[in-house]
Design a protein around this ligand. Structure first.
Ligand SMILES: Nc1nc2c(ncn2[C@@H]2O[C@H](COP(=O)(O)OP(=O)(O)OP(=O)(O)O)[C@@H](O)[C@H]2O)c(=O)[nH]1
Length: 288
């Protein structure tokens, strides 16, 4: 995982590159992590995209809570933003291509009227570090790594890669930065491994994780660390201390925190989704 520390200069440059590459493509795949779809989105992207068609692609769906993922996809679609959930490592080409065809239906029909058929659709992936851009690119391109020609970009020639029979992808995905301002977003990003471990306090992230699991999946916490029901009702700090003891680390809650974070990332507590769809929207989703 390449971890990037963002400074204003970096941000401006990355943004400029994304803008320049946008001109070269028909559609953008905005990759977000299904475990934290909103927290892993870049708030400025909407402005940059302007009228460019885009699809929010929720990656790592195999790690996220299935019901929550369905709610998120529904939420985006209800708000006019096409969305699809995938596991970047498996069978996502068909799903993505189908979605692209739906989103670009009108444009493709017009091209067909003009006799332009079999032209590859130009696609660009963008997203924050670690969201799965390279994994998806490699999966889509598979053995078919032949370049389909160089297109002039503004600053350098762009390489294109064939994906299946109908798509071509920019070989360099656009990297965006997450929103760091909100400390809660930072903790969520840290828990899933999206930001460098040295950038956060492990015990803060572990306490947040305990809070999340106590609310949404106390059973997983209880079973994994053999906790009593009474202990789960205790303060998060007490739960952390008890977990640490159960792990055999005595009072060393730094080690306890580290192990808890590691376990969660390794799915030892099962699938989870840290972001919830806004209440009003989730009501709509349940009613359907
Ligand atoms: N389980 C699961 N893991 C995934 C999925 N997509 C990516 N990963 C894993 O997530 C990690 C990061 O994936 P990358 O493809 O390197 O992410 P990236 O966006 O290219 O990252 P940067 O190079 O840091 O910008 C890797 O360990 C991948 O194996 C997915 O859909 N499911």
């Amino acid at each position: 995982m390449a971890v990037i520390q963002w400074f204003p200069g970096h941000m401006a440059k990355a943004l400029r590159q994304v803008k320049e590459n946008l001109k070269l493509v028909d559609i953008v795949l905005e990759l977000v992590d299904a475990r934290l779809p909103e927290s892993s989105r870049n708030p400025q992207l909407e402005k940059i995209l302007e009228n460019k068609p885009s699809i929010v692609v929720l990656t790592k769906m195999d790690l996220a809570d299935q019901k929550q993922t369905a709610k998120w996809v529904n939420y985006y679609e209800e708000n006019g933003q096409p969305a699809v959930a995938i596991n970047s490592m498996q069978g996502s080409l068909k799903v993505i291509e189908k979605k692209i065809r739906i989103v670009l239906a009108e444009k493709l029909a017009k091209k067909e009227e003009k006799g332009i058929i079999n032209q590859r659709i130009k696609v660009m992936c963008i997203g924050i570090p670690n969201v799965g851009k390279s994994t998806l690119l490699n999966h889509l391109v598979k053995k078919n790594v032949a370049q389909v020609g160089n297109k002039p970009g503004v600053t350098k020639a762009q390489q294109w890669l064939k994906a299946g029979k109908n798509l071509q992808l920019l070989d360099t995905p656009g990297i965006l930065w997450p929103k760091f301002e909100d400390p809660l977003v930072g903790k969520k990003l840290a828990l899933t491994g999206a930001i460098k471990d040295s950038l956060f306090n492990k015990d803060d992230v572990a306490l947040y994780a305990i809070e999340h699991f106590c609310e949404f999946n106390p059973q997983a916490l209880k079973e994994r660390y053999n906790l009593s029901d009474e202990k789960l009702d205790d303060t998060t700090v007490e739960v952390l201390l008890e977990l640490t003891r159960k792990m055999g680390f005595k009072e060393d809650y730094d080690r306890g925190s580290e192990r808890l974070i590691f376990d969660i990332r390794k799915e030892k507590l099962g699938r989870y989704t840290l972001d919830r769809v806004p209440i009003a929207a989730s009501k709509v989703a349940t009613r359907e």
